[in-house]
Design a protein around this ligand. Structure first.
Ligand SMILES: Cc1ncc(COP(=O)(O)O)c(C=O)c1O
Length: 300
């Protein structure tokens, strides 16, 4: 189904799940902003599930008794972790055990720098996974086109949600996109942007090595953001505030904590989320220079 971006797809999918009897939805913690509120609006309860170095903690997901979960396996938002093969299989096994559904936000999957794009969860278990894709990262957020790949059992309920909400998606925009795809220009655009973002991510890594030596930068395997871990004793909120004072805008990882009951306590170290999707090389260098100075002052 073609929809107006990921966000609309999510709202439709959650509406269909709520009406088919799902009461709780697991959300990655930290995770994308506002999903807790969107789940509540759909009439269900969000549950915050911790994320570690391999992705969502599937054992913790078992405890609350949720039957749906929303994940960003290709490049976890915001930690940048790529969900490992074991976790992927464990998650699919969980879905089969609880007769559940996995909502896969396939965001950033097109922009991998270290290897071939990782396979989707949807490809592993088409009956258990509802995949959501979008043009917002590959082209531009303003285009407002996205898609859902819906497992057979949910086709009817999701179509009903769409019909009662917006009936369709702009046909001219879809025709234009079809021309881009059929001519190969969409693929060429994605390849070109992948190279542009790879260069920016290298610039970011180099700037951190120069201006914030010794600090770990993680999540650079894919996507348009990375996470800079802060040294002990340096408060995330203070760095964010001082940076803004110097016209450098970043968020702390705590900005992405899920506001919902927790399936298990998550240890989320102080860190900054550094986005470079719409920032040129000079501004990356300048921004990291500013951040490096603030962090050094904080340490002192
Ligand atoms: C985690 C995540 N998924 C998906 C999207 C795309 O959302 P949309 O297609 O509604 O613009 C975004 C926003 O860029 C995002 O942060």
């Amino acid at each position: 189904m073609i929809v107006s971006g990921f966000q609309q797809g999510l709202v439709l999918a959650l509406g269909a799940l709520a009406r088919s009897g799902v009461e709780q939805v697991g959300l990655e913690d930290p995770g994308p902003r506002q999903h807790d509120e969107i789940v509540r609006r759909a009439g269900m309860r969000p549950v915050a599930v911790p994320v570690d170095g391999a992705g969502l903690d599937v054992d913790a997901l078992r405890r609350p008794g949720a039957r749906a979960v929303l994940v960003t396996p290709a490049h976890q938002c915001p930690t940048g972790v790529v969900m490992g093969p074991e976790r992927r299989h464990a998650l699919v096994a969980w879905a089969a055990e609880v007769d559940g559904i996995i909502l896969e936000d396939d965001y950033d999957a097109e922009f991998r720098y270290d290897r071939q794009p990782v396979g989707s969860l949807q490809g592993l278990a088409p009956d258990r996974v509802l995949a959501l894709g979008s043009l917002s990262k590959t082209m531009a957020p303003g285009i407002r086109l996205g898609w859902l790949l819906v497992s057979q059992s949910l086709v009817g309920p999701v179509v009903r949600e769409k019909l009662l909400t917006s009936r369709g998606a702009p046909a001219l925009d879809q025709l234009a996109l079809a021309v881009l795809m059929e001519s190969g220009r969409y693929d060429r655009h994605v390849l070109r942007m992948r190279e542009a973002y790879r260069i920016r991510s290298d610039v970011l890594a180099g700037a951190v090595a120069q201006h914030a030596p010794g600090l770990r930068l993680v999540g650079l395997d894919a996507g348009c953001h990375a996470v800079l871990e802060l040294p002990a004793g340096v408060a995330e909120a203070d760095v964010v505030r001082s940076a803004l004072h110097h016209a450098v805008r970043v968020h702390g990882v705590s900005h992405y904590r899920v506001d919902a009951p927790r399936a298990a306590e998550a240890h989320v170290p102080a860190a900054l989320v550094l986005g470079f999707g719409n920032v040129g090389e000079e501004r990356i260098l300048h921004g990291v220079d500013v951040l490096g100075g603030i962090i050094a002052d904080g340490r002192a």
